[in-house]
Design a protein around this ligand. Structure first.
Ligand SMILES: Cc1cc2nc3c(=O)[nH]c(=O)nc-3n(C[C@H](O)[C@H](O)[C@H](O)COP(=O)(O)OP(=O)(O)OC[C@H]3O[C@@H](n4cnc5c(N)ncnc54)[C@H](O)[C@@H]3O)c2cc1C
Length: 455
């Protein structure tokens, strides 16, 4: 039997600009098979209705349609990926397995197990998820960056066209196959969600979305991106999370667009790389703060913490912009970046609740949930991670609302009861809770408290 290669898709659910598929189809010989595993090590921990499982399902259907049109087919398995991939590689008599790196600690353990189970097979992992990763960018002293601005400068100085060139695969190398029927959601043990209300398709749809964003909204990105009531940002984070698009094509689009919008949008993409390398160098951020001293913050405990956390989750803190953001999250699986910063800061600063509880809530609900970005965003907001901001910054939800939702359109959209008797009074007094936050962070003692200010 001629040798074959197995490409294991994970967070790269597309056929274009695809590093693993490119490596498999441009090197070596023989046919190339494509597989996706619904990994029970991940799925077993999820509720039976999970929009992300359905999103993956939609993306795979799109992928399968593209493959079938070429006389090929996806292979789909349900089980422990660490066992299914070696089993499949043996069934196919594959001499090579290729996948893209993933620095999530679980993924690293799983991938190590796959390697170990396939001693006779060449197992290659390639870079795809970010433009720069791991130890590719280090400070002059050879250390990983923990502050964004110098990282961004170094990223931009190091970038060459080759870093973001499209990795187009030679799809004619795909093994011809009789198409399989993808397992239904119930067959995977899941029920349909309301995803169809705000999500369609897979990588082809995402590419059209990207084109529209670049043409219609990127020119105004600099001014509109901070306004949650406007469709000012790309809304592409979930597409990037699951690799329906490649980060390289987004960077190319930002470069081609240029202007202030293109530059600022590029900088957001660099944040993504930044947090991924932080996770790689500091896997402990999954469970605790990057700055160890901040593990000692005396968070509010007991019933008070419970009541505050519940009110925050349900969007009934009485602070309208916070509540609107929290309701947007539950209703759509998305929350605008400005509101992620505000709601996160409000939970751990004014409400005094341990940021890890909020981080877990976001992880449960975000369609774009990404361990590196979520942990980074939360620690930035809690002032215990990679922030260059003064740690005594406490966002004021009312000032933020005046600045970023001045006519209240976003707040009214998500809080129909606003202004009526059903909408609660604020659960904390903002001046008092700000002082409590400063005390909790030990800053009043140092006499360094400053006025609130917003970015
Ligand atoms: C507390 C908190 C938690 C967050 N959790 C996540 C998460 O789980 N997954 C996630 O993708 N983003 C997370 N972010 C970052 C950011 O809020 C989202 O990426 C952004 O809102 C997605 O909307 P967009 O695609 O329209 O963004 P755009 O403004 O169009 O930005 C383009 C892309 O850049 C990336 N990006 C933008 N801002 C950031 C950032 N601060 N950090 C990392 N990447 C960024 C995203 O991939 C995004 O799709 C979090 C931010 C905070 C403050």
């Amino acid at each position: 039997m001629t040798s074959s290669t197995l490409v294991w898709l994970r967070r790269d659910l597309r056929l274009h600009d695809h590093a693993a598929l490119h490596a498999a189809t441009t090197q070596g010989e023989g046919r190339v098979h494509l597989a996706f595993v619904f990994d029970t090590d991940i799925l077993d921990a999820l509720p039976r209705q999970d929009r992300r499982v359905e999103l993956i399902h939609c993306a795979l259907q799109d992928l399968q349609a593209q493959l079938v049109a070429r006389g090929a087919s996806l292979i789909v398995r349900l089980g422990r990926a660490a066992e299914e991939i070696p089993r499949l590689a043996n069934e196919l008599a594959a001499s090579r397995v290729v996948f893209a790196h993933d620095d999530d600690p679980y993924a690293l353990r799983r991938d190590a197990a796959v390697r170990q189970a396939l001693p006779q097979v060449q197992v290659d992992s390639v870079q795809d998820v970010t433009v720069f990763e791991r130890r590719q960018l280090l400070t002059g002293a050879g250390q990983p960056y923990t502050v964004f601005t110098p990282y961004r400068r170094s990223w931009q100085a190091a970038l060459r066209p080759a870093h973001v060139e499209a990795r187009e695969p030679r799809l004619e190398r795909l093994a011809p196959s009789t198409p399989i029927e993808l397992p239904s959601l119930p067959a995977l043990g899941f029920e349909a969600t309301d995803l169809h209300r705000f999500w369609r398709g897979g990588s082809q749809q995402a590419q059209r979305h990207l084109q529209r964003f670049v043409q219609e909204r990127l020119p105004q990105y600099a001014s509109d991106r901070e306004r949650p009531a406007l469709p000012g940002t790309s809304g592409l984070s979930a597409a990037l999370r699951f690799g329906l698009l490649s980060v390289r094509e987004l960077v190319r689009a930002a470069q081609q667009a240029g202007g202030e919008g293109g530059q600022i949008w590029l900088s957001e993409l660099i944040w993504r790389d930044f947090f991924h390398q932080v996770l790689h160098h500091h896997p402990g951020v999954v469970n605790g703060p990057l700055k160890p001293a901040y593990a000692q913050i005396p968070w509010v405990q007991g019933e008070l913490a419970e009541a505050r956390f519940q009110a925050w989750c349900e969007g009934r803190t009485g602070l309208p912009l916070v509540d609107a953001g929290m309701r947007q999250l539950r209703a759509t699986g998305f929350m605008h970046n400005r509101l992620r910063m505000l709601t996160a800061s409000f939970l751990c600063k004014q409400l005094g609740v341990d940021w890890r509880r909020g981080e877990a809530w976001f992880a449960q609900w975000l369609l774009d949930f990404d361990l590196a970005a979520n942990s980074g965003g939360w620690q930035w907001s809690a002032g215990c991670g990679c922030d260059a901001q003064p740690w005594f910054r406490v966002f004021n939800p009312q000032t933020q609302a005046q600045k970023f939702d001045p006519d209240g359109a976003f707040q009214r959209r998500w809080l129909p009861e606003l202004g009526g008797p059903d909408y609660p009074a604020p659960i904390v007094d903002l001046a008092e809770s700000r002082l409590a936050a400063l005390t909790r962070y030990g800053i009043l003692k140092a006499g360094k408290a400053s006025e609130d200010f917003v970015e």
